[in-house]
Design a protein around this ligand. Sequence first.
Ligand code: NAD
Length: 490
Amino acid sequence: MVSLVGGVPPQLDGVEVPSYDRSGVTVGIVHFGVGGFHRAHQAMYVDALMNEGEALDWGICGVGVLPGDRRMQEVLTAQEGLYTLVEKQPDGSLRPRVIGSIVEYLFAPDSPEAVIEKMAAAGTRIVSLTITEGGYTIDQVTGEFDAEDPAVRADLAAGAVPATVFGLVTEALRRRRERGLPGFTIMSCDNIQGNGDTAARTFAAFARLKDAELATWIEENVGFPNSMVDRITPATSPEDTARLAEEFDLEDGWPVVCEPFTQWVLEDHFTAGRPPFEDVGVQLVEDVVPYELMKLRLLNAGHQALGYLGFLAGHRYVHEVAGDPLFARFLRAYMDHEGTPTLSPVPGVDLDEYKTTLIERFANPGVADTLARINFGSSDRISLWVLPVIRHQLEHGGELERAAAVVAGWARYAEGVDEKGEPIDVQDRLADTLVPLARTQRENPTAFIENTAVFGDLARQERFREAYLWALNSLHDEGARATVEALVAR
Ligand code: NAD
């Protein structure tokens, strides 16, 4: 058995390893939120460039800011940043590749100063983010930065040692400005529509509360490209780690598993240069909006369309629901009649083919993505991916019954008990508000959607309200499968 703790492993049967000398790689990117997705996507693209002998001055320094990142620090520090990316093929076979582009990892709670100085260093030209949809601290109704968030308030206090991504990045930019260094690019790779614009708004809002002049400097000296990112990356299970060891003789403390498909469409708005991403298949475009809407409203909203109703009907994995012909038809009907009409033309993409491929990707049994992961953080996900479709369809007189049923499915799921009476572990930052509300909805059916912090005025929109109440009532009386059957039959 070969362990990654010993550095780049010798050639192993069936495992690709970095072909470059890692001791020559220098840090050009500081990345916040080194979870599964960053390791399956951006770090993989940078590694692919390095394998071509390019971008050796664009090594990645990972940063974790939350207590939960301690384990990532321990694993990556022990393995000198190395980890295995395991592609799961539809036939069940694995394609592992050791990634070497992360060359350092810092855990901010232990060493905020080191994190700030790493970003303030002249060699750092990109600070990238996968801090989840909730990480931007956006008030879902106003769309503005929530300066009342307790962690943000603590960082804004005079003399505070920064602990949030906003506090750390802003302090680094303040030092760069003071030292006469140029700004860097802040590149969000989270699943948020206009992720770069969102980051620009939130970092500017935080900086303005701290130092108005610095905020202006940031607006003038920091680029915030928008991007569309795509690669299904489920959480790594203990079985994944064990299978890598058994089949390939490779011991890795925390490998990453993902589907073979990968896509990255990126706006070419970089303040201080960028790796030649186009050499490894990244699409660099002027306007990413059409691609992003396509992905958020078909793939991401599509995941939500399967997540709650599928779970309630007894499924536990995405491939099980997507492979269930009834749910596949429901998903396709949502995409064709509700998601697609909200899109603008997407240059070079055949939408019909995109949707067919999506259902095939979801149905890949090798990926074994759990519905529990898809249903995690629903209040952010539904707000960003499903409610915009409903609002668009309300405004344009389009169909919305299926999306309304998805919201009702979430409300029913949030009751925290499934159709067999088993408990559901509702993982949501608003769970303390939403679960008690959902539990009153058999007596007061609009209780959940009257929560204006999530739904704004939707409860007063007659067409939505009617479709939602029909679905919720049907979920209570008939169950999820019968509700989906009725919707598909319409
Ligand atoms: P993960 O749970 O493996 O990692 C999430 C990381 O974000 C962790 O390091 C966590 O500490 C950090 N984080 C969370 N909240 C934060 C905050 N408030 N401030 C700073 N850091 C914070 O999740 P993942 O699968 O890597 O996904 C991360 C994000 O990537 C998603 O939320 C999504 O926006 C995007 N993404 C994921 C996928 C996927 O299939 N997993 C696909 C496309 C895009």
